[in-house]
Design a protein around this ligand. Structure first.
Ligand SMILES: Nc1nc2c(ncn2[C@@H]2O[C@H](COP(=O)(O)OP(=O)(O)O)[C@@H](O)[C@H]2O)c(=O)[nH]1
Ligand SMILES: [Mg+2]
Length: 449
């Protein structure tokens, strides 16, 4: 991620709006302001001015000036508030980029600069990203924990406990020839590692399993023949994976693909998405009968059910609602609905043009990972991974602790597992901050933040 020069980007959501922000940060921010407005040497605060296009046209503009280092990025920063017309915004940016040294900000680059200039910790920067992407109170709580630093305190407490246990085990390693030296009894060590591991698992919840076993939660697409299931499957994946046809009974197998939700919904990870044969009261032939049987089995073993019905009636002949798992009701073929659809019990989606597919993806992300009562780790992928690795390391260590034994048989293997776990947590406590970690954090930001 380049960090020199001056960067500029639109800092508000895409599309038309009454007001949009263009953010400029860096040593040339002042030059930008002076060359495009009538302000000379702006003082900190809000200025009412006009933006002057090269063509001679001007538009009204409110400009907020921050002298570095008292700004978000720690650099000289200007925020231009102008009418939210995407074309005008791009013209303003084009004109800015003609100034030598000014370039388009990369995703997250403003926050990356804030981090590099010690204005934000890495965890706070993640808190900013999480708050931008937050869906619901749980995610907002998690973002607040990152921003106020309490999450960092918790990570440090876990790492300290691990470091202490590692030190105790290692001191035992140094005295292996002296039988009577037991720095920590194996059962005590086991109990403390179990307690620590339980806390880490609680932090990432279901995701713990995903990290350790590398299996994704599965969502299955089910419904009557011709409901538009395979079309929806293809649209969600963004590829023509399943055969679509208006002949009932076209899908004769369970087709699974990995659906990456992470791109649209930071923190959501990926899931296994499965397209099934349509469920009906009768079967067309023997192959269809066995395809339906397979589909019913897969519905039973799935984590989440995506139930498609173009009629919106959702007549539950298969007893889906009593299976005790999240169900997302999707009213397919929304383009064929006259008037506006009732969205209170279902999401109306058109697979042909992708209408409301983004809403459906969010619903899938919420359903597959019920994060109730979970911590930040459940929401921030980097934390989830690091905590998952720590749990794995502790698990390896515990494999070598024999219950009820007097001494550790293989203290160096216990120590090695604990060291792996500590290294993993070190990523979160800031002891280890390799450049690639920083790059990964800021790559999840949107441009202009
Ligand atoms: N108008 C419209 N037609 C659709 C839509 N989705 C699917 N179809 C059509 O409905 C028929 C059945 O689709 P398919 O995906 O094979 O349904 P499946 O049997 O449930 O897998 C095909 O002719 C599709 O082109 C949609 O959103 N709008
Ligand atoms: Mg199909």
């Amino acid at each position: 991620m380049p960090t020199g020069g001056t960067i500029a980007a639109i800092g508000s959501p895409p599309g038309q709006s009454p007001r949009s922000i263009i953010r400029i940060s860096g040593t040339d921010a002042r030059t930008c302001v002076e060359s495009m407005t009538d302000l000379a040497d702006p003082a900190r605060g809000i200025h009412i001015t006009r933006f002057q296009f090269d063509s001679g046209h001007t538009i009204p503009c409110q400009l907020i000036w921050f002298d570095g280092p008292r700004s978000y990025t720690g650099e000289d920063t200007a925020e231009l508030l102008v009418v939210g017309n995407p074309e005008l915004l791009e013209r303003i940016l084009d004109q800015l980029f003609k100034i030598p040294g000014v370039s388009r900000a990369e995703p997250g680059e403003f926050s990356a600069r804030a981090y590099l200039n010690d204005r934000l910790t890495l965890a706070q920067a993640e808190g900013v990203a999480l708050r931008i992407a937050a869906v619901g109170d749980q995610a907002l709580d998690a973002a607040a924990k990152l921003l106020d630093g309490s999450q960092g305190d918790r990570c440090i407490a876990w790492a300290e406990e691990l470091a202490l246990l590692l030190a105790l085990v290692e001191s035992g390693v140094d005295f292996t020839d002296q039988d009577d030296v037991v720095p920590i009894a194996p059962d005590d060590l086991r109990a403390r590692l179990t307690a620590l591991s339980d806390q880490l698992v609680a932090e990432i919840g279901n995701a713990a399993g995903a990290v350790i076993h590398a299996t994704q939660p599965e969502a299955v697409i089910c419904g009557m023949p011709n409901a538009g299931k395979s079309s929806l499957f293809n649209t969600l994946l963004g590829s023509q994976r399943a055969v679509v046809s208006d002949l009932a009974g076209t899908t004769r197998d369970a087709i699974s693909e990995i659906l990456d939700l992470e791109h649209d919904i930071p923190g959501a990870g990926s899931i296994q998405l499965t397209d099934l044969a349509g469920l009906a009261d009768s079967a067309i032939d023997a192959i269809d009968a066995s395809a339906q049987e397979l589909a019913r089995d897969r519905v039973k073993s799935a984590d989440t059910i995506i139930w498609c019905d173009p009629s919106g009636r959702f007549n539950d002949r298969e007893g889906l609602a009593t299976m005790g798992k999240p169900i997302i009701r999707v009213r397919t073929k929304a383009d064929l609905i006259a008037g506006s659809a009732d969205e209170s019990h279902s999401i109306s989606v058109c697979a042909l043009d992708g209408h409301r597919v983004g809403v459906l993806k969010r619903a899938i992300a919420d359903a597959v990972c019920d994060r109730t009562g979970m911590g930040v780790g459940a929401f921030v992928p980097r934390h989830r991974r690091a905590i998952g690795q720590a749990i794995t390391g502790i698990g390896h260590a515990m494999n070598w602790i024999e219950p009820g034994s007097h001494a550790l048989d293989a203290p160096e293997l216990v120590a090695s597992g604990l060291r792996d776990a500590l290294d993993a947590l070190g990523e979160l406590t800031g002891q280890i901050t390799p450049d690639d970690v920083i790059g990964r954090v800021f790559a999840t930001f949107c441009v202009g933040k």
